[in-house]
Write a protein that binds this ligand. Structure first.
Ligand code: SF4
Length: 331
């Protein structure tokens, strides 16, 4: 969902995904099924884990191609009595599907106009687009100067603030440059909670490696897509969002090519492809992703992430083996 739309109407879009914390995982019960991914359960349990402001949201906008995520928004709405504006992002990439997507965005705009008491004007939309472009650009400038998990936290925090406030905070921020990490990794796959990223980053720090790029839905959705500076119409914004690479779309070649070109551009030595249990959307693409990356000198570690005792230790062992493979290619 383009966050430029509420911002252009004077509303503050808040990115709720970053509230998902492992400690707040909701128990299987009335509102969450036993086949829900742990990310959905962590987001559903977020208010119990301390993010009580979630309960005061005037509207929850849930547009997704993932069935579990859409069900999650409905559950959150029911559980906390928040009105939900949910819609299905079409999975096919055809002109017909684009028209359906555009139609849904128009419905959303009408609802947001009712909430804000104003109408969407081209100049307000152009201003919101320009501000979010600057914010994304500024975050990208800081990316290489921070460890991955700190950057993920910063980006999520910026997308919880009004865009002008976030810009003001970042505008003067300068960080010293850092030496490149000894081992360069890329991360892709299922949605990730900030706590999982921090745990992973801690583990990698101890092992002398670092994530230098990612293609995660949770973080990627913040930094991309970025509508062009000349965009000023709803149709143009919709087109940019509709065309973004996504594993859940058909065809989804663009997503494979995106990961391949990113891995190549950042000279990643290995890709950690993490799939949460019950995330069929990502699991289904693991084999093809490995084939896509085969021409590059990039090792691929497929991880099926479970919870429970021993999960962290198992993960560490597998990453150690990956790094060993990078250091001794013939091993
Ligand atoms: S994409 Fe996967 S990880 Fe993300 S909400 Fe859907 S099932 Fe869960």
């Amino acid at each position: 969902v383009p966050r430029e739309l509420p911002a252009a109407l004077g509303l503050v879009p808040v990115f709720v995904d970053s509230c998902a914390v492992a400690s707040g995982v909701a128990e299987v019960g009335e509102t969450v099924g036993s086949d829900s991914c742990s990310f959905c359960r962590a987001l559903l349990g977020a208010s119990q884990a301390g993010a009580e402001w979630l309960r005061r949201l005037p509207l929850l906008i849930g547009g997704s191609a993932c069935d579990q995520q859409r069900r999650l928004f409905e559950s959150i709405g029911r559980q906390w009595d928040i009105p939900v504006h949910g819609f299905v992002v079409p999975r096919t990439r055809s002109e017909n599907a684009f028209e359906r997507y555009l139609c849904q965005l128009k419905d959303l705009v009408a609802r947001l106009e009712g909430l804000s008491g104003t109408s969407l004007r081209p100049e307000s939309l152009a201003k919101a687009i320009a501000q979010y472009r600057r914010l994304r650009l500024r975050l990208r400038e800081l990316r290489e100067r921070m460890r991955f998990s700190s950057f993920a936290r910063l980006a999520a925090a910026c997308f919880q603030l009004p865009v002008d406030v976030a810009l003001e905070l970042l505008e003067g921020a300068e960080l010293p440059s850092r030496p490149g990490p000894p081992v360069r990794l890329m991360l892709a796959g299922s949605c990730a909670t900030p706590t999982e990223l921090e745990d992973l980053d801690d583990c990698l720090r101890e092992l002398g490696a670092e994530v230098v790029a990612d293609a995660l839905p949770t973080l990627g959705a913040l930094l991309e897509p970025a509508p062009g500076a000349s965009c000023a119409a709803l149709e143009e914004v919709a087109r940019v969002w509709f065309d973004q690479p996504d594993p859940g779309t058909r065809p989804n070649e663009a997503w494979f090519e995106y990961i391949k070109s990113r891995a190549d551009a950042v000279q990643a030595q290995a890709l950690i492809y993490r799939c949460l249990r019950f995330c069929d959307l990502c699991s289904a693409e693991a084999v093809r992703l490995r084939e896509t990356l085969a021409p590059l000198p990039v090792l691929v570690l497929d991880e099926e992430l479970g919870a429970g005792k021993g999960a962290a230790a198992r993960r560490r062992t597998r990453i150690e083996a990956l790094l060993e493979g990078l250091r001794c290619p013939r091993a």
